[in-house]
Design a protein around this ligand. Structure first.
Ligand code: NAD
Length: 377
């Protein structure tokens, strides 16, 4: 598919999943030129645009105009911003609105937003009429490099995060790098932690490039596009190898076991900690813990910490405002997140930068002693 002004500024990344393969298009101004891409998904296609109030204020009109221009009728479905929107009540609201607009199986659900909207709209697209076409239009850095790619969708329940959901791959991902200009600096930094993660998993050269180009990525332009494209390539490779997370897709959880425990320990209060900040601290802890277990050099942990700190991210438990529960309680959160079997935990550890691996036999007692050392007294 060609788009108007489809020039050298537009990068394409393929996600190879046999009949469910799709492209990620990355570049500036894609919201305004999305119409042709959506229209190309099917003759006479119509769409629902799921979007939160904040993103609607900045970007919905441009997307509507682009769809209108090519004759794609689109119904906006506007939801409140925030993690609480990933709920059963909102899922019902979205599915009701899609059905009320009389959209059919071949029609598209367009998710214009961050990971919250992507996960909610993706889930709705996966279940309405047993699966509608899904177009992800991620508007946060986190969503552009992570949640919009790979087909995981879902909502939270009172038992925990992401407990209801389906795998439902998008037909297309359109990542407009310009929309990140309206994102708060804090959300941009949080998404950057996930970019760094890909370097730390298995791309040491990319990590070094990030160390040298951080300022340019934050200010936009070609470096930002490259960082997003390289992250999407990394995610696409893992997803192509292990679509439903039966094996090494788990590597994408680097920093997430500690990170999720910190999110839980701060009551998922985004004023205190957002997901990417938890991941940043978690990645530093995973490297420090690997060094403590003599698996990696402490120099690597120091390098990771320095880079994340320069990016303005928190890197230690003491960086979280308002105090944390003690190490035993943190350990309980970790045990809830990752099943403990006979005192052993599954963790993503590392032999060094770009050499992460899945460790299935990490002694819980070692993790607890480590947390005791790292907890602010
Ligand atoms: P989010 O969707 O809540 O967006 C963060 C905030 O930024 C919101 O207030 C939103 O309104 C605002 N925003 C979004 N785009 C904007 C823009 N361009 N300009 C101005 N404001 C904008 O948060 P997120 O960090 O994008 O996503 C977090 C969610 O993603 C979590 O629910 C997490 O579970 C999920 N997630 C899913 C996957 C997956 O594979 N499906 C992977 C990682 C995370």
């Amino acid at each position: 598919m060609r788009l108007e002004q489809d020039g050298e500024d537009l990068v394409r990344v393929a996600v190879s999943l046999g009949p469910r393969s799709y492209e990620i298009l990355i570049g500036g101004g894609l919201v305004a030129r999305a119409g042709r891409a959506v229209a190309g998904l099917g003759e006479g296609i119509r769409a629902a645009i799921v979007v939160d109030e904040t993103v609607a204020g900045f970007h919905l009109e441009r997307l509507k105009a682009s769809l209108d221009a090519v004759g794609v009728a689109a119904t906006p479905i506007i939801v409140p911003p925030g993690e609480q929107t990933k709920s059963m009540a909102m899922l019902e609201r979205v599915t009701d609105a899609i059905l009320a607009a009389r959209l059919e199986r071949g029609d598209a659900v367009v998710a214009l937003g961050g990971g919250v909207v992507g996960d909610l709209a993706g889930f709705a697209a996966g279940i309405v009429r047993r699966g509608m076409a899904l177009v992800q239009m991620p508007t946060t850095l986190l969503a552009q490099v992570d949640s919009s790619v790979g087909g995981k969708t879902g909502i939270n329940t009172r038992q925990g995060k992401n407990l209801l959901g389906v795998f439902h791959q998008p037909r297309l991902v359109l990542a407009d790098t310009n929309v990140l200009d309206t994102l708060s600096p804090r959300e941009f930094r949080a998404g950057y932690a996930e970019v760094v993660k890909y370097g730390l998993i298995d791309r040491p050269v990319f990590f070094e490039w990030l160390e040298n180009n951080r300022a340019e990525i934050f200010s936009g332009g070609a470096a930002r596009t490259h960082a997003i494209a390289e992250s999407c390539r990394a995610k696409a490779e893992v997803v192509a190898r292990d679509e439903e997370e039966k094996g090494d897709r788990a590597l994408l959880n680097l920093g997430h076991t500690f990170g999720h425990a910190l999110e839980a320990a701060t009551g998922y209060d985004s004023r205190r900690l957002v997901h990417g900040e938890g991941v940043a601290i978690g990645m530093v802890l995973a490297h420090q813990f690997s060094a403590r277990m003599n698996l990696a050099s402490p120099d690597d942990a120091r390098r990771v910490e320095a880079h994340l700190r320069q990016a303005g991210l928190p890197t230690a438990l003491a960086d979280i405002d308002g105090g944390l529960p003690g190490p035993d309680t943190l350990m309980d959160f970790i045990a809830q997140d990752k099943k403990v079997r006979r005192g052993q935990l599954t963790f993503i550890l590392t032999h060094g930068i770009g050499e992460a691996f899945v460790a299935r036999d990490v002694p819980a007692s070692e993790v607890l002693s480590f947390l005791k050392e790292k907890s602010p007294s």
